[in-house]
Design a protein around this ligand. Structure first.
Ligand code: DX5
Ligand code: ZN
Length: 220
């Protein structure tokens, strides 16, 4: 039905060969590169920062989608905008001033998104929906790749789709966590525009095949 874009999560890539890994998925049809930033504080894991994003940027053939799992967020928004992010998303629980953080992302020339954890209600969007380019629905708890998809994300995506459609705003829905060819049909049907997939893409020997399988199921 509707077109669905695929954003492989580099969290499941081999970090010793990051440029080659990125290339393998953009050659394989990836629309975005999903870059997971964890601080061992907001989430119990530690990944990479703006230095690595800036190093990757000249090798990224598609926009870099930076998912900030850090607290606080504002200083890193500036650093990642500088490091070449096209899109920056953050968790509202991690910012004292959500509206200010959204405006900061946009002032730096990036697209802005809020990330909703599995237990975070859609009502956090109430007064900022019109300021957002994207909403990211987490279908796992943030912190690790390879976790099982939480099914309550599906009715949440449907409700968000209805909310966005009735608002008439051009806001995209991204879904992150446990995305596989097996659940891509339901996610596409629920109204997802962008699917993040880490282990399902980088765990496959044929990255292009994995990306194609997810997209084909999502667009059925
Ligand atoms: C989890 C990250 C995800 C993760 C997804 O906190 O935000 O982007 O890489 O990995 P999979 O697709 O393996 O669930
Ligand atoms: Zn992510």
């Amino acid at each position: 039905s509707r077109p669905v874009r695929i954003a492989p999560s580099l969290l499941s890539a081999d970090f010793a060969f990051l440029a080659q890994e990125a290339r393998s998925v953009t050659d394989g049809g990836a629309d975005l590169l999903h870059f997971d930033v964890m601080d061992n504080h907001y989430v119990p894991n530690l990944t990479v920062g703006p230095l690595v994003c800036a190093a990757l940027k000249p090798h990224a053939m598609v926009p870099i989608d930076v998912h900030l799992m850090v607290r606080p967020v504002d200083a890193l928004i500036e650093s990642f905008a500088q490091a070449g992010a096209s899109l920056i998303t953050f968790h509202p629980e991690a910012s004292d001033h959500v509206h200010r953080s959204i405006q900061l992302i946009k002032a730096k020339g990036c697209k802005a998104g809020l990330v909703l954890n599995p237990a975070t209600p859609l009502s956090v969007l109430d007064h900022v929906l019109g300021d957002l380019d994207l909403v990211l629905i987490m279908s796992v708890n943030p912190g690790f790749g390879g976790q099982a998809f939480i099914p309550s994300a599906l009715p949440k995506i449907r409700a968000l789709r209805a909310l966005i459609d009735s608002s008439g705003l051009p806001i995209e829905i991204e879904v992150d966590g446990g995305v596989k060819p097996d659940n891509a049909f339901e996610l596409g049907a629920a109204g997802a525009d962008i699917l993040v997939a880490g282990s399902a893409v980088f765990g496959a020997a044929d990255r292009a095949g994995a990306i194609r399988a997810i997209r084909e199921r999502a667009e059925e």
